[in-house]
Write a protein that binds this ligand. Structure first.
Ligand code: ARG
Length: 400
């Protein structure tokens, strides 16, 4: 029986050429798998047809947008996940979703190999291969762009030679990866890190400097899951889409940064993630109101580690899974409403309310009705400051 390869297919030049390239190289049949994680653009049927026209024996396209929103974006939101304090893990979140679909397809179609179109310089090759190793360790991985000389020039020559139905002329100067949670743009003139991004780079956000009326809205969370906007109950997918639209219109969530890749390279990335940034801002503030101080402090460290693991391609790892349990538990009482104003590139929280709030007006107030016994503070501070005081006295005794 002919062997089969499952290929992570995007519909673009590289992975379209990879179908024939891999078939020639291995003699195996290629099954193309495309996963819709909200990248928009082309119709999925067109993507599927192109895979078949390029020689795939089967082409599977899956609408995984709800799954992506609920099982990947929501956990990231609950972990306030920002790699290097800024990047909301857009690409890093979609890879484990794609990996899961590849592994399932490999089992279903009896494939012994899986292929991806990543180069050898990025994080995504690690995310695909480490993820596949965890979910389906028997599979052999093929990476034609990295390992068998499928450069861009040779890919274009291959496409022209075989008359593949791909328009090689409309290639953008940038390398772009986009999905429901945001958009990543690199290469081209952005590789000079002194060059500022031009408006042309952006697609999810409007120019924040342009004058617009501010947009005020209320986001409801239930145990850390966004469940409604302005009182209207919506699925996480619909909420992220709606926040992309409203926050994007106000220029929220543009990020220009130099980032530390797992493979050791520093790279310039321009991101736009309007919904993700607005939602993380709202979620973080609701945590401030509903999560007890020590738990909140500890969670900040867990959140950071969670983000690093996911960035590093270790979604399917024992540590991510254990930290996930902590993050989920810590979100148990993160329920309530956040009011925010979107304007001029910023998402600013202006109000919070909810039954799970730990804010006690009677304790906090400086007006009448104060229930806090201020006389207790004095003794508390005496004890609290005692270790440092004793050490200081010792230093004086020993002549500083
Ligand atoms: N540097 C980001 C990451 O590793 C984004 C990479 C996305 N790819 C792209 N072609 N822009 O998650």
């Amino acid at each position: 029986m002919t062997e089969r390869v499952v290929l992570a297919y995007s519909g673009g030049l590289d992975t379209s050429v990879a179908i024939g390239w891999i078939a020639e190289e291995t003699g195996a049949e290629v099954v193309a798998v495309a996963v819709d994680c909200g990248q928009g653009g082309e119709d999925l049927d067109a993507v599927r047809q192109r895979a078949l026209d390029c020689g795939a024996v089967e082409a599977v396209v899956t609408d995984a947008r709800d799954e992506f929103a609920t099982e990947y974006c929501v956990p990231a939101l609950q972990a306030n996940a920002l790699y290097m304090d800024r990047y909301p893990l857009v690409s890093a979140l979609s890879r484990p979703l794609i990996v899961r679909h590849l592994a399932d397809a490999a089992r279903y179609h009896g494939a012994t190999m899986v292929a991806h179109g990543c180069t050898g310089k990025g994080n995504d090759q690690v995310r695909f291969e480490a993820g596949l190793a965890a979910l389906h360790p028997e599979l052999r991985v093929l990476a034609p762009v990295r390992d068998s000389g499928m450069t861009r020039d040779r890919a274009i020559a291959f496409a022209e030679d075989k008359g593949l139905p791909i328009d090689v002329s409309k290639k953008s100067p940038y390398s772009i990866d986009q999905n429901l949670f945001g958009r990543a743009v690199e290469t081209g003139f952005l590789e000079n890190i002194w060059n500022g991004p031009i408006e042309d780079v952006y697609a999810y956000t409007q120019d924040p400097a342009q004058h617009r009326e501010p947009d005020e809205l209320v986001i409801t969370f239930t145990s850390g899951v966004p469940t409604a906007i302005d009182g209207e109950e919506l699925t996480p997918l619909r909420i992220i889409e709606e926040m992309n639209r409203r926050a994007g219109a106000q220029g929220v969530g543009r990020i220009d940064m130099v980032e530390d890749r797992l493979v050791g390279i520093k790279s310039r990335e321009v991101y736009e993630a309007p919904g993700a940034i607005a939602l993380i801002t709202a979620h973080q503030e609701l945590e401030n109101v509903t999560v007890e101080r020590d738990l909140a402090r500890h969670k900040r460290g867990v959140d950071q580690r969670w983000g690093e693991l996911v960035y590093d391609g270790l979604w399917f790892s024992p540590l991510r899974s254990a930290l996930q349990s902590f993050v989920t538990e810590a979100n148990r009482h993160v329920t309530g409403d956040i009011r925010m104003v979107l304007h001029g590139g910023r998402a600013v929280v202006t109000g919070r309310r909810g039954e799970a709030s730990l804010y006690d007006h009677a304790l906090a107030t400086y007006d009448t009705g104060d229930t806090y016994d201020q006389s207790l503070a004095r003794g508390f501070i005496d004890v609290f400051g005692m270790p440092a005081k004793i050490a200081s006295l010792r230093d004086q005794r020993l002549n500083k």
